[in-house]
Design a protein around this ligand. Structure first.
Ligand code: NDP
Length: 301
């Protein structure tokens, strides 16, 4: 079994980004700038946002955190988003999910201008990804593709079983793996909570992507020898430690790792790749890689 080391792989990506930023600084140009909106006080969300801000510092990006009260109205939040849409000093921004129940997440995500949507959640970016046009790819699916590539794991002709079909992970990664492209050309089965007898599918998989939020859903009896495992799940399990919890994925790592050829750990796997991909997307936004200025003026304004 070989560990798919998200920490090491994300560190190399950050190094590459830092070199580009160092070159930008040498030219005395402004550096890429990521903004993040956090609504409320969820400790998990705060941890995710802090990691993103810390990573910006590591690569030399500027970052701005807008921490808003949990009872902010939907319209007030959208007004803040419009400010960021119109702020030329900000290349990209994210709204940390989940949002409080009284706010319509879809309406909020739709209000983010696609060329600053570095999380890749806007339908324009999802649609462009779908038909193979350059676009911001959601950070987690992008990170999964990147770690597969960097470990030279072939997807062409393989059977990939994706468990979970959310708009931010399961559905986009299933599309990417099935596309006629590098790190694509797989035969993909997309499973979800209505799938009958999940094990029938996972036992046939060369590659399993687990993204359900159900701790230890994938057990050793559900996988074949030599399987590649990408565990996206981040689940907090309460314990008596000082922190009061530990993290596990959707895969029973201890036992499944004995049968797998490659496996991502939790923590130390996909989560770190997600942050690295967000930085890559922010750099691409700065470079106007996917939305050159004339495209924006002709198509989006
Ligand atoms: P969602 O809750 O949006 O989606 C969960 C998906 O899992 C749904 O499609 C659901 O099916 C499916 N599902 C739930 N139970 C089962 C089951 N028993 N068998 C098969 N499918 C099941 O979750 P997200 O995609 O947002 O997140 C999934 C996990 O990944 C979470 O633990 C989250 O914390 C983590 N995550 C990690 C990231 C990272 O950077 N590592 C980034 C984003 C998320 P249905 O559609 O039928 O309800």
């Amino acid at each position: 079994m070989q560990l798919l080391d998200g920490k090491k792989t994300a560190a190399s990506i950050k190094d590459e980004i830092k070199q580009t930023v160092d070159a930008i600084k040498l030219q005395k140009k402004r550096v890429p700038h990521l903004a993040a909106i956090l609504v409320g006080d969820s400790t998990a969300s705060k941890t995710y946002i802090n990691n993103k801000i810390k990573s910006c510092k590591e690569v030399g990006f500027k970052s701005t955190l807008l921490h808003l009260e949990k009872d902010i109205t939907e319209n007030e939040l959208i007004a803040q988003i419009n400010n960021l849409n119109n702020d030329n000093s900000i290349d990209g921004f994210i709204v940390q999910l989940p949002l409080p129940k009284h706010i319509n997440e879809e309406r909020v995500l739709l209000s983010i201008t696609p060329e600053k949507d570095v999380d890749g959640f806007h339908p324009i970016n999802l649609g462009k990804m779908m038909i193979g046009l350059p676009a911001f790819i959601s950070a987690t699916p992008k990170g999964i593709v990147e770690i597969l590539k960097r470990y030279n794991i072939q997807t062409s002709g393989k059977h990939c079983v994706v468990v979970g079909r959310s708009n931010i992970v399961g559905t986009p990664i299933s599309i990417l793996l099935g596309k006629k492209s590098e790190a694509g050309n797989a035969t993909v089965t997309l499973c979800h909570s209505h799938t009958k007898d999940l094990k029938t599918y996972t036992l046939q998989a060369d590659i399993i992507i687990a993204a359900t939020g159900k701790p230890n859903l994938i057990t050793a009896d559900m996988v074949k020898d030599g399987v590649v495992i990408i565990d996206v799940g981040i689940n907090r399990i309460d314990d008596n430690s000082e922190r009061g919890y530990h993290l596990v994925g959707d895969v029973d790592f201890k036992n499944v790792s004995k049968k797998s050829s490659y496996i991502t750990p939790v923590p130390g796997g996909v989560g770190l790749m997600t942050v690295a991909s967000l930085l890559q997307n922010t750099l691409a936004a700065y470079q106007a890689a996917y939305y050159p200025k004339d495209f924006i003026e002709e198509n989006l304004l």
